[in-house]
Design a protein around this ligand. Structure first.
Ligand SMILES: *[C@@H]1O[C@H](CO)[C@@H](O)[C@H](O)[C@H]1NC(C)=O
Length: 620
């Protein structure tokens, strides 16, 4: 109810101010160049009448846009478990056609789940493509309307942050009792301009004004701007990467099938921008031995590369998968050969079990740790799925592919190319080598054990130990410390201080819990100073654990802000559901979606490890 009133008030304010600015604003709006994609929830949590209300809302909003081929283009997709493309940006470029198309959309119904993450991924990677009507010079906007919890919150938040870092402005509209955390993670910054909640679908029109206003004031991309963003729109859009194909050449593979693998490599490469400054490709084959056939190179022509691939000899022999991966880590991506600043990707194809599973597992882990993204493609029925999972980077579903036979390889070439391209856009650009070997990092973990309690503090300390172990590298570039409690916080009350009950009570009051504030202050004043082991050139990270609304919130947030202004990056691990998301957003370094790690319960705190490591690596 509160939120509904809030939006009514918001809409009203906009309405009033809109009077004054009406003319200039509508002019503004007409000059805007934007590609707007609606992503509508049609999951089972939604009834058909609600779906119609969604459509009405979209139509009303569209009515306020300057729709046209040169102004605002609109696309729409619907999701439940699966995705359905309703129409592309290029399909309807006048208002009437657009509204008619929206009306014609039918309810998807009888779906099981709310696959918000996948929907966002589809919207980001597909809907804005040039061939679908996306334009380089247009602002990209996603308007998500949903009423359900997504199936996979991590995936949803991850995809949302991918969209944000691709420069897409995302509006998140939650209907009914949605989880704020999810919506706030999805919407762009500033949250109060991008995240909306209404109590039911009938209330949607109340936020129309707010949205209309926002979508009109969007900046539009500068068309005249030259530079890397106007690379040819093939494959990775000019995102650089060093990519190896690792081909199984053992005896279990029939020779004609070996050649199908080679054809497949050519097809995948066909989707890359090859070049010294963009994607460079190498090929390694393995059987008992390891054969680096084509060195990593971007200077040869595509045709030359294809000829080289056709000539790759078939060797026969055992399946030394671990050895191949080891070679890749130690040599293929060594500093002398690969470019340290670009994505390191390897695509490994195999049709059988490796001869030493333990070694394959160990070598794969080493490769992952060295920041290599490993795709595993299993071909045929003799492939061990567990082994593929070991080889591939996480999450498995993004890095593991399985096909029935060699002919079917071609069916995954596009997906593989897309996924390969996603790696550099995200993982690598934001994850230089901070967690791998060369950037020095000083990390302080901060927990208020007094407030958190002994048992839970223990669990957190376990997690910290795990994280530190993971970060540790042979070069000792990571230093870690913990601040648990400031001793001076709660002085004892001596017998002599007892005067009367009233004074005693006042005394108790005066030692009110200050919460994290003194801890963060200590962190800022001392922890990263050189006499306490801090290093001048290192990146400074504070990881703060929170499981409740903040005690003493104002001063705590202020203290955090001071810490951030001294270049300390603040990350929060939030456990349970008693904390206040808004407070956390003020506490952390922005974007909040990347710097807040959520865990639903202390018993699952181990799950925070991966997300926390990623956050720490992901740069600011
Ligand atoms: C398999 O690999 C592991 C780890 O590298 C090694 O210790 C072990 O000796 C290998 N086993 C065989 C049979 O080669």
């Amino acid at each position: 109810m509160r939120s509904l009133l809030h939006f009514l008030a918001f809409a009203l304010i906009l309405k009033i101010s809109a009077h004054a600015e009406k003319i200039s604003e509508s002019l503004e709006c007409h000059e805007k160049v934007a590609d707007v994609v609606f992503v509508l929830d049609s999951s089972v949590s939604l009834r058909e009448t609600d779906y119609d209300a969604q459509l009405d809302f979209v139509k009303m909003l569209v009515d306020t846009f300057a729709v046209g081929p040169k102004n605002i283009r609109v696309g729409m997709m619907t999701f439940g478990t699966d995705m359905r493309l309703d129409f592309n940006l290029k399909e309807h470029q006048n208002k009437e056609g657009l509204k008619a198309a929206i009306s014609r959309t039918s309810y998807l119904g009888d779906r099981q789940g709310t696959n918000t993450g996948e929907a966002l991924q589809y919207a980001r990677t597909k809907m804005f493509e040039k061939e679908n009507g996306g334009r380089d010079n247009a602002a990209k906007v996603i308007i998500l309307i949903t009423d359900g919890y997504s199936h996979n919150l991590d995936k949803t938040l991850w995809e949302a942050s991918m969209a944000h870092s691709d420069g897409i402005e995302v509006f998140a509209i939650g209907v009914g009792g949605m989880d704020d955390r999810e919506l706030r993670g999805v919407g762009s910054e500033p949250k109060d301009k991008h995240v909306f909640r209404v109590d039911n679908y009938k209330a949607l029109p109340h936020i129309q004004k707010a949205l209309e206003h926002r979508t009109c004031e969007l900046p539009h991309n500068d068309q005249s701007k030259p530079g890397p963003s106007v690379k040819p729109d093939t494959g990775c859009g000019g995102k650089p990467a060093d990519v190896y194909f690792i081909v199984d050449s053992s005896s279990s593979i029939w020779k004609p099938d070996f050649h199908k693998q080679l054809d497949f490599i050519k097809e995948v490469i066909g989707q890359f921008d090859l070049g010294q400054d963009s994607t460079r490709v190498g090929v390694i084959t393995f059987s008992d031995g390891i054969h680096p056939i084509i060195p990593l190179s971007g200077s040869q022509s595509r045709q030359y590369l294809e000829e080289q691939i056709e000539k790759i000899p078939y060797t026969g022999g055992g399946t030394n998968t671990g050895g191949a991966i080891r070679y890749l880590t130690d040599h293929g991506f060594s500093a002398a050969i690969a470019r340290p600043e670009v994505a390191h990707v390897a695509i490994l194809m195999t049709d059988g079990q490796s001869k030493n599973l333990t070694n394959t597992y160990l070598q794969s882990r080493r490769a992952h740790k060295a920041g290599i993204y490993l795709f595993a493609i299993g071909i045929g029925q003799f492939v061990d799925t567990l082994e593929l999972n070991d080889i591939a980077s996480n999450p498995d579903k993004d890095f593991v592919f399985q096909v029935d036979d060699y002919t079917a390889l071609t069916s995954i070439k596009e997906l593989l190319a897309i996924k390969t391209c996603q790696v550099p856009q995200k993982f690598m650009k934001d994850q230089p080598s901070s967690c791998s070997i060369d950037t020095a990092t000083d990390v302080m973990f901060v927990l208020d054990s007094g407030a958190i309690g002994r048992r839970h503090s223990h669990m957190i300390e376990h997690l910290i130990a795990d994280v530190v172990r993971e970060m540790e590298s042979e070069h000792h570039v990571t230093r870690a410390g913990i601040i648990r409690e400031s001793c001076s916080q709660t002085p004892d009350i001596g017998l002599s201080q007892y005067d009367n009950a009233h004074a005693f009570k006042r005394h108790l009051k005066s030692v009110e819990h200050k919460g994290l504030q003194p801890l963060i202050q200590k962190l800022r004043r001392y922890s990263f100073k050189s006499r306490y082991g801090g290093r001048k050139s290192s990146q400074k990270i504070a990881v703060i654990f929170v499981d409740d609304i903040l005690d003493n919130p104002g001063p705590t947030i202020l203290e955090a802000r001071r810490a951030k202004s001294t270049n300390i990056r603040v990350i929060v691990v939030a456990t349970g559901n008693h904390y206040d998301e808004k407070q956390l957003e003020q506490l952390v370094t922005s974007p909040a979606s990347r710097n807040i790690v959520h865990v639903d319960h202390y018993k699952n705190i181990g799950e925070a490890k991966g997300r926390l490591l990623y956050s720490m690596c992901a740069g600011r």
